[in-house]
Write a protein that binds this ligand. Structure first.
Ligand code: PLP
Ligand code: TYF
Length: 392
């Protein structure tokens, strides 16, 4: 039967990693895959996480199964960070998942099982969103929502898409640090989005994968909370893989909200059944480390300090890029307002290829750059390359 299969393309971002490694040039710059990097291009294990891991190894006395819900303490400790203190606990249920991607998949399967047939996805979005929803049998309805020239939300376009949707459709919203544009709604725009989603009786599906990398843990949850407070039913897919630097440990969670506790209990039983059919139980290590960090005041403070440093580095780099202003055909000034690791530059595939071939600058085929990929001194070279591109 395998002879009937058709070869599938590799993930273009993951392929870029190999191409970068194979490039012998000393001054190459990797702006590809979305992992945080320090000044030396290294993606470190956070100290607070390392401490928690050591405590885990020292104290864990069993690796017996936990169950499809994973580490309940982990989920409970994340809840105030995501929902704030005001959201009624009886209106939500949650469980640990294998990364944000596992949460997206499980949330999509929950929607499908509940009869939701379509999800609105503003373009561009993370390249994995559409395949995950499609795999769960949900039709992705793409729509416009960005003014890429001005690097702003195009609210009229987003409102028009919401207006055209049917009651009961879902809509994907990036909670913060939009991947790949870095363009997040302002507080007023979030208010308008929450109201429009509620008025049209859509089910918001919030992907919160970068909390703390934009303006801080609280600020980065503000839009999510506004939306959750405005609607009876919603889904939140969460990742700890960026804000705790746990990437390969696949650490995430999923919540669903309902108007009343009876519905909540039924939703949770469905989530647990879907989880059992997918992975039975999530991997423990990353979630246990996050739990240990969050339940210990000192480790939690250390983690917040380290997260602040990640964010400060990103904001500093954004400031440096923005200070270059107009370089060749690209205006970098609006990047100062962007959030998180990513920005998408208005470059053609030929220009992106030219930057790679001529200057050893690796960015995604969409024109997305990972801002954390710049080492000191790289930004000046990047600016020169863009000027050079303008002349080429
Ligand atoms: N959502 C977005 C927007 C992402 O960029 C990522 C990146 O990996 C994910 C979800 C998935 O996160 P995880 O690595 O935890 O599966
Ligand atoms: O967008 C990114 O670069 C990150 C990492 O299949 C990533 O979200 C990229 C591709 C992929 C999984 C993770």
């Amino acid at each position: 039967p395998f002879r009937s299969l058709v070869a599938q393309p590799a993930d273009s971002l993951l392929r870029l990693i190999g191409a970068f490694r194979a490039d012998p040039r000393a001054h190459k710059i990797d702006l590809g895959v979305g992992v945080f990097r320090d000044d030396h291009g290294h993606t470190p294990v956070m100290q607070a996480v390392k401490q928690a891991e050591m405590r885990l190894i020292a104290t864990q006395d069993s690796k017996a199964y936990l169950g499809p819900e994973g580490d309940k303490g982990f989920v409970a400790l994340l809840e105030p960070l995501v929902f704030g203190r005001g959201f009624p606990a009886e209106r939500r249920c949650g469980l640990q998942t294998p990364g944000g991607t596992g949460a997206l998949r499980l949330g999509a399967e929950l929607l499908a099982k509940a009869g939701v047939r379509r999800i609105l996805v503003g373009q561009p979005s993370w390249a994995n969103h559409a395949p995950v929803f499609a795999a769960a049998g949900i039709v992705v309805v793409p729509h416009a929502m960005f003014d890429m020239g001005a690097q702003r939300i195009d609210l009229p376009a987003l409102r028009a898409a919401i207006g055209q949707a049917e009651a009961g459709d879902a809509i994907l919203l990036h909670g913060c640090c939009h991947n790949p544009t870095g363009i997040d709604p302002t507080a007023e725009e979030w208010r308008a989005i929450a109201d429009a989603v509620a008025d049209s009786r859509l089910v918001p599906f919030i992907d919160l994968a970068y909390q703390g990398l934009g303006d801080g843990m609280e600020a980065d949850a503000a839009g999510t909370r506004m939306v959750l407070d405005a609607v009876p039913f919603a889904v939140v897919a969460y990742s700890c893989d960026k804000n705790f630097g746990l990437y390969r440990e696949r650490t995430g969670a999923l919540w669903a909200t309902t108007p009343e506790p009876q519905a909540r209990d039924i939703v949770l039983s469905n989530l647990l059944a879907l989880a059992r059919a997918n992975w039975s139980m999530p991997p423990d290590h990353g979630a246990a480390a996050v739990r240990i960090v969050l339940e210990n005041e000192q480790l939690a403070a250390d983690w917040r300090g380290e997260l602040d440093a990640l964010r400060t580095r990103l904001q500093g780099l954004r400031g440096e890029l923005a200070a270059l202003g107009q370089v060749g055909s690209v205006d970098l000034a609006p990047l100062a307002q962007g959030k998180g690791m990513f920005a998408t530059l208005p470059l053609t595939p030929a220009q992106i290829e030219w930057l790679r071939a001529t200057h050893g600058i690796y960015m995604a085929g969409s024109g997305r750059i990972n801002i954390a990929g710049f080492a000191p001194g790289d930004i000046a070279r990047f600016g020169e390359a863009l000027v050079d591109l303008g002349r080429a």
